[in-house]
Structures are given as C-alpha cells and as structure tokens.
Write a protein that binds this ligand. Sequence first.
Ligand SMILES: Nc1ncnc2c1ncn2[C@@H]1O[C@H](COP(=O)(O)OP(=O)(O)OP(=O)(O)O)[C@@H](O)[C@H]1O
Ligand SMILES: [Mg+2]
Length: 256
Amino acid sequence: MTVRVRDLEVSLGGRRVLAGVSLEVPAGSWTAVIGPNGAGKSTLLRAVLGLVASRGEISVAGEDSQRLKPRQRAHLVAYAAQSPNLPVGMTVFDYTLLGRSPYIPHLGRESARDRSITEEVLDRLDLTAFAARPLDHLSGGERQRVVLARALAQQTPVLLLDEPTSALDIGHQQQVMELVDRLRLSDELTVVTTIHDLTLAGQYADALVLISGGRVAAAGTPEEVLTGPTVEKHFDARVHVTTGPGGRPLLSLERP
Ligand SMILES: Nc1ncnc2c1ncn2[C@@H]1O[C@H](COP(=O)(O)OP(=O)(O)OP(=O)(O)O)[C@@H](O)[C@H]1O
Ligand SMILES: [Mg+2]
C-alpha cells in the first residue's frame, strides 16, 4: 500500500517544523528518512499517523489519512515510536498483545490467534524469555525490541519505525533489519524508518529521504543521497564514502 505525502506542513509550539515535504513510498518498498537531530523526522512519521496537526495531503493506500478513524488507521499502519512512554508494571507479553487491540472487539477478549501471533513475534525478536517480565525491568535494547514487537503484532501493510535500532547491539540490529526486510518481501509491507546509522539505512532501504531544517534536502537511491558533500553539508560531518556490496555506500568518519 502506497504512502503519499504532498506539501506537508507542521507547526509545533508556534514554530514551523516541517514545510513543503513531499514523498511517495510505493507499496512493498522501504524508505529511510535520515537527517540531523531536530530536522523533523519523527514529526513526519507522527504526522502520517495523524498524531500531530498538519496541512497538506497524506494518503495511505489511497485513503486520506486525516479522515481515517483511529481503528481503521490501526488496521493499515503500525508505528514504533522513538521514545514511547511505556506503562509501568505491564509485562512484555501484555504490551506486545496491545498490538492486537485493533482486532479485538469492543469489550471483548483477545483470541487464541491473537495470543499465538504475539508469541510468534516475541520469538522472532528473541523476547520469549522476557514475556512475563515487567517492561521497567528490561534493558534499553530489550525495551526497544518490545516496542517493535508490538508494532509487528499489529500485522499492518504499512510499518512506520522511528529509530528502531538506535539502542540495539550489532547482532540485534541485523536481526531487526533482516526481519523487517523479510516481512516486506513476503507480505509486500511498505516500510518507512527513520534511522541515524547512514550505512545501515543505505544497506536496507530502496530510497532515502534526507530531511534538513524541516524540508526535503535530498531524495533518491542510497548512492545518490549518501555522498560526502551532502553528508558534510547537512550533518556537519566529514565522512569517507566507499562502495560496499551491491554498490551500497559505506560511510566512515574521516579523522583529521
Ligand atoms: N511539542 C513541541 N513543541 C515545540 N517544538 C517541538 C515539539 N516537538 C518537537 N519540537 C521540535 O521540532 C523539531 C523536530 O523534532 P523531531 O522530533 O521531528 O526531530 P527529529 O528529526 O526526529 O530529531 P532526532 O534525530 O533528534 O530524533 C525539533 O526542533 C524539536 O525541538
Ligand atoms: Mg526523532
């Protein structure tokens, strides 16, 4: 299902945070939104979800996102926030099961299928051993995987992941990126992730959108966007870009 954003504008606290942002993520593709701290990446994802007021057009699967009822939207789009407030005392299993809420009838209970989907997602993210543990008794990376688990349990055609790997060790980064990629290929998921690790972004995404100062500063394939001059201009970083497997760019910091 295609996600389309046209001329998006968002103001927060009286300040314009996004202006003139347009992008299109075709069904079954993966777009990584990159950009410096404060550029507006999380705000863009939140706007697609209707969590912040915005102007412009946002459509998911041809439907105007702003007009969707929360339950309708929850059948289409799942979201893993960058730093969510997690309910204290709730177990990993129960939190992940919340991803099934859009399928549970009002005042009803979860089905055996909802529980088995939850168990399967926990298993795929190495979280089975934590299922009965309260969320506040987890490490940062474990907690981040649980937030992703909840989004995956929702089984939507569109996944919006805000910095899904920022707290993960390299093995779990690979596990999460590969899992998302496999789901994308097997179920034609449309994936939008923000991500600070530019090499990782370039390895997995079909397209990169660089947001800088609330505007789209560059968009295209990883090779087109991840050039030394572009990274220097927008991140104020000096990097060395080489070509890795599959022609994807590899970035390393340049030491003086
Ligand atoms: N509620 C708010 N009121 C005013 N300004 C806000 C509010 N929320 C965010 N901002 C500002 O909006 C800008 C964009 O924030 P956003 O969280 O989208 O950045 P980001 O690109 O996701 O950054 P990061 O890489 O640090 O996650 C920032 O300058 C931030 O300070
Ligand atoms: Mg952010």
